[in-house]
Write a protein that binds this ligand. Structure first.
Ligand code: ADP
Ligand code: MG
Length: 342
């Protein structure tokens, strides 16, 4: 076989291999798009664990009729225009790959209306050349993305899907992560026509506590220390579980860097180190932590699924986190001991 240029669909399907692992990854990408569009309400409807249908509706800025086709093309993004933008990225998305990838492995319909348009329009990409077909539709300002029959044309991937229950559990976890990162956004999740989660906008601390209790348990929030520290432009806030909330699985560890959920080795190490000698080595601490740092100080462009970051001043970030958490933890433990004897 001589050298050939891949068809757009095949190129997108190959890219999809990296970002679209399962229904939950689709949900993650689409919700990130809704958040980037400034949505304050996001409704997620799932059928059959997401293998039959994923529908995400938001009240964000919408996409104009003229740009619907572009939104579905590869490397098309409204979020990054220059290298400088990439170095100070504030949005969740920036690769311009998600919609193109997802639409190459599903039947995707993108419906949207901007504030200034009088009517909504719907787009779907089909066939090898990913030609986009645009039709009038009914929709309020905002966007609705429907992803039906995920992996219908990539049987090998389709076979990798687990049971509806398992796939739905992954989606539920994605929703928890988002819900913990944006108290100012209402999120609803339904499965097979039944409302499963309804996270209301949390306008104050008690609202936040209610949401955290719903996601992490009441026991966690009742036994967590409120963290609030900053150093040299890095801000660390959130809730750190006292040793009594430690778990036998690492299933309650939420860490956000500039609003993005991360599983970063360096950060994990700093947190773990703060708990040294405070919890048994076979238990895992529970926490919800937020790190705010100048985007120029961190490179988020490391991994396609964006779980890893690179800090320019890694040592400094590590030590700041370790020291602040250790100090707060020590104080929290002393306070808890005091409370128990008085
Ligand atoms: P990226 O998020 O990396 O820019 P995507 O493929 O996810 O790439 O989306 C492509 C573009 O489509 C975005 O840059 C944005 O302009 C537009 N878009 C996608 N989803 C939405 C949405 N829910 N609301 C408004 N615009 C959207
Ligand atoms: Mg995106």
């Amino acid at each position: 076989m001589g050298i050939q240029i891949l068809s757009p669909q095949l190129a997108n399907q190959i890219a999809a291999g990296e970002v679209v692992e399962r229904p939950a990854s689709v949900v993650k990408e689409l919700i990130e798009n809704s958040l980037d569009a400034g949505a304050t309400q996001i409704d997620v409807e799932i059928e059959r664990g997401g293998s039959q249908l994923i529908r995400i509706r938001d009240n964000g800025s919408g996409i104009s009729k003229a740009e619907l086709g572009l939104a579905l093309s590869r490397h098309a993004t409204s979020k990054v225009a220059t290298l400088l933008d990439l170095e100070q990225i504030m949005s969740l998305g920036f690769r311009g790959e998600a919609l193109a990838s997802i639409s190459s492995v599903s039947r995707l319909t993108l419906t949207s209306k901007t504030q200034t348009q009088n009517e909504a329009w719907s787009a779907l990409a089909e066939g090898r050349d990913m030609a986009v077909n645009i039709q009038p539709a009914a929709h309020p300002t905002g966007t609705c993305v429907e992803v039906a029959d995920l992996f219908f044309n990539t049987p090998a991937r389709r076979r990798f899907l687990r049971t509806d229950k398992t796939e739905y559990a992954h989606i539920d976890e994605v929703i928890r992560r988002v819900a913990l990162s944006r108290f100012d956004v209402q999120i609803k999740l339904s499965h097979n026509g039944t409302l499963q989660r309804h996270y209301r906008i949390a306008r104050n601390e008690s609202g936040q506590h209610r949401r955290i209790a719903a996601i992490c348990s009441k026991n966690f929030i009742d036994n967590a220390i409120n963290i609030n520290a900053d150093y040299d432009g890095i801000q660390l806030t959130g809730w750190l579980g006292l040793p009594t909330t430690a778990r036998n699985q690492a299933d309650m560890q939420y860490c956000y860097i500039n609003g993005r959920m991360m599983r970063d080795k360096l950060i994990n190490h700093a947190i773990r180190q703060a708990y040294t000698d405070k919890i048994p080595t076979d238990l895992y601490p529970a926490y919800v932590l937020y790190i705010q740092i100048d985007p120029k100080q961190v490179d988020v462009n490391v991994h396609p699924s964006k779980h890893e970051v690179r800090f320019h001043q890694a040592r400094l970030v590590h030590d700041f986190i370790f020291q602040s958490l250790e100090r707060s933890l020590q104080q929290g433990i002393e306070q808890q001991t005091l409370d128990s004897i008085t």
